[in-house]
Design a protein around this ligand. Structure first.
Ligand code: GLC
Length: 427
């Protein structure tokens, strides 16, 4: 993209961010997702900072204002009523003053806080805002290891596919077979009113998503009990890599801001997690895999979750180069971006949500990771692939990696935020 095209891309991205701005938070897109989502909001702040730094801090502050007393930051905050989305607050019934869901999402928060702080124009504002959020981020990270790693293995499990942010990934298929569907209350999906069904999860997935939700609700959303009570407990390398990167960014930020105790706690968590992490490596696949915590087996599913560990600089040089090689091999089978699943896998579907399509946010986390691992050429290719998709199909929720077609919701906030970040940071 030349300079002029980049300027135009930024203006278009900024227009999407403004369109979805609801004052103190941003919705992912109109219709399909009318509330505040956790990792969407944090990543959106990276785009917003190029329009208004104070507004970017506000985005994450609003999210954290709804943190639970136990430390969890919920995956959705239902600021308003809207029956265009299912399941809404009357299904979750978490009892929070402003209704929220009862599960969490990938903790990109501290990674975002560090970047907002380190690259701020208004340094004083950044110091004040970041300092005010440190203890909250630390509480969330402590919650993860206390509630999602009760045996102290060093790695956390997700207990619902929605927590991964990759809702219907092939990674969960096996573990989801263990989730029953009896007793699921009758329901009507709303997602397929906004997006064609072939681009969304199957009904069999939704039944199980809801069974898990009802199970946790029956246990009063008591996080001390949910992990062991869930038939779905998966250690996702992508999710853990995000937590490890955020924890190490939290440590650096806390050190800079004069909070050595928070820094020391975060460093200790990172050290333990890094050691445990190598147990997720697969020589056969040349990448990391999920661990099913119920069967204690690695899951034969080569997804983008197993490439994300570069984001935290995990593995040795051989592992990191192997991941770069995987990305190259996947790219040879597609035309655009890094797919969400290995295109050579017979289960790959180029249009179905997290079972193949390209998601620009994950591409950007991977590109950031490749640079961190001194693989700048590979990173530049991933970034160029993301911009090519925008030129081809605008700001979609996700894209078909073979045709480049935009899929899911349109005018999508975090896609726009990543483009704003990409073109401004490179400038
Ligand atoms: C879908 C995605 C999830 C995202 C949400 C809002 O559920 O899988 O990652 O946070 O939509 O955009």
């Amino acid at each position: 993209m030349n300079r002029l095209d980049r300027a135009a891309a930024f203006e278009r991205a900024a227009a999407v961010l403004r369109e979805n701005d609801r004052g103190a938070y941003t919705i992912p897109t109109k219709g399909l997702y009318p509330f505040q989502w956790n990792w969407d909001s944090c990543l959106t702040a990276l785009g917003l900072r190029h329009l208004d730094e104070a507004r970017a801090w506000q985005e994450v502050e609003t999210l954290l204002a709804h943190q639970w007393p136990d430390g969890m930051v919920p995956h959705i905050v239902f600021h308003v009523d809207d029956d265009g989305y299912f399941p809404g607050p009357s299904v979750w019934r978490t009892g929070r003053p402003v209704p929220t869901s009862g599960i969490t999402q990938p903790p990109v928060l501290a990674f975002v806080m560090k970047r907002l702080h380190d690259e701020a124009g208004d340094k004083e504002l950044a110091r004040r805002k970041a300092h005010g959020l440190l203890a909250k981020a630390d509480a969330w990270h402590r919650w993860f290891y206390a509630c999602r790693d009760p045996e102290g293995t060093g790695l956390v499990a997700i207990i619902h596919p929605w927590e991964s942010g990759r809702d219907n990934s092939i990674d969960w298929d096996e573990a989801m077979m263990r989730v029953p569907t009896d007793g699921v209350e009758p329901y009507e999906r709303r997602d397929t009113k906004h997006v064609v069904a072939a681009q969304r999860p199957h009904k069999a997935d939704y039944d199980r998503f809801l069974w898990l939700l009802q199970r946790f609700r029956d246990l009063g959303w008591d996080n001390a009990r949910l992990h062991d009570a869930s038939p779905f407990r998966v250690v996702d390398p992508g999710f853990n890599a995000i937590l490890i990167r955020s924890d190490s960014d939290l440590a650096d930020l806390a050190q800079t801001l004069g909070e050595p105790e928070i820094a020391a706690r975060a460093r200790a968590r990172v050290a333990k997690a890094r050691t445990a992490f190598e147990g997720l490596w697969s020589d056969a696949f040349g990448q990391y895999l999920c661990l099913d915590r119920v069967s204690n087996q690695l899951v034969d599913s080569p997804s983008i979750g197993g490439l994300l560990p570069v984001f935290a600089g995990l593995g040795d040089e051989t592992h990191q180069r192997s991941i770069a090689g995987r990305i190259e091999a996947w790219r040879k089978r597609t035309r655009f971006g890094v797919a969400s699943h290995d295109p050579a896998d017979r289960r790959f579907e180029s249009k179905r949500y997290w079972r193949g399509p390209v998601w620009i946010i994950v591409n950007m986390l991977i590109a950031d990771g490749l640079r961190r691992c001194n693989l700048a050429d590979a990173a530049a290719k991933v970034e160029a692939g993301s911009l090519a998709l925008i030129e081809e199909s605008g700001f979609a929720e996700y894209y078909d990696p073979i045709s480049g077609e935009g899929l899911g919701g349109g005018h999508f906030t975090w896609t726009a935020a990543m483009v704003a970040e990409l073109v401004k940071r490179a400038a």
